[in-house]
Design a protein around this ligand. Sequence first.
Ligand code: OSB
Ligand code: MG
Length: 383
Amino acid sequence: MTAGRPSPTAALEALVLPAIDHIDLVTVKLPFVAPFGTSVHVWTDKEAMLMRLESDGVTAWSECVADPDPFYAYETNTTARHIIRDFLLPLVEPGITLGELETRFRHVRGHGMAKATVENALLILIAMQRGVALHELLGRPAKKIMSGLSIGLKETQAELLDAVERAVDRKYHRVKMKIRKGQDVDWVRAVRDRFPDVPLMVDANGDYTLSDLEHLRRLDEFDLMMVEQPLSYSDIIEHASFQRAMKTAICLDESIHSLADAAAAISIGACRVINVKQGRVGGLLESMRIAHYAASLGVDVWSGGMDETGIGRAVNIHLQTAEGFTLPGDTSETANYFDEDIVDPPVVLDAGGFIDIPKGPGIGAHVAPERVLKRTIRAERLR
Ligand code: OSB
Ligand code: MG
């Protein structure tokens, strides 16, 4: 598929898995500073399942990006726990390569968020054992990471305008606003009238059908960067009809679970942009493959977010050093979601709206055990 271009993941596939002394799953619950509203659900806190690996005195943490509910994706923290414990961890053996592990994982259909939790934990552990940053292990040089804010549905247009104003003041590189049926064209117009130049996009989380095409085409007048996932979470084909009828670029989020999905979507013109969430596509290696493939065809890719704690947020930051991540992602300041996170330092924007990669081995950010403990609602030692 990418004939003639070197694979971005060959060296990673050759990494050898270390022996692991302990494996824990720790579920934490952190209150959001404000509810996060979308067309599918309003979340008031982040419930995240963390994986903790201990190997020869080195501790590595990863974060499953699932929610407690199946409203964004079919996976939940509970299904991920089941798949990890009963099907994935038995396949993890010291001495095999990460490529071999991926091959074994393919026997389990879907469940990318569960797979990513394990793969990320192993990558972070290996990086820490080598004393290198995750992005270095991925073979990528450090750089400043672009920022982007995802603004949830608001009760009033005044609240929405306030949120956009705060984002502009903070120097975010682009602003995404959630839309849903009945809360779309007029709300976008209100933002555009007040902020004619802000790089702006919308995300419908699959709230529309092809019968809404005439209505949604009115978004073409607002010079949006893209419309994210207007149609069903499981559709690719109808998005191609939609894209043919719309000037504005379509971006797929929920529909893309793999490189094969991305290739299918691109080949039929279902999107001109892809939101890669490393958890949704099964981990960092598949994310890099998608971004590399898209770049070869001039399709823009950006890193989505799942309002992660500092662990998942840091993983998304390191991933964005990879080739093909051409646009600002849903990578915002910690303070946008949490008063107190479980890692230090928090993500902040510099004067130009950029994010510095946290320094240090692995994800760089330091997990504070006492804050994890304070937020723990369930903990289980698996090995
Ligand atoms: O559709 O991108 C989405 C959050 C939870 C579930 C789905 C989505 C989102 C976001 C927020 O838009 C992204 C973030 O700020 O991490
Ligand atoms: Mg989305």
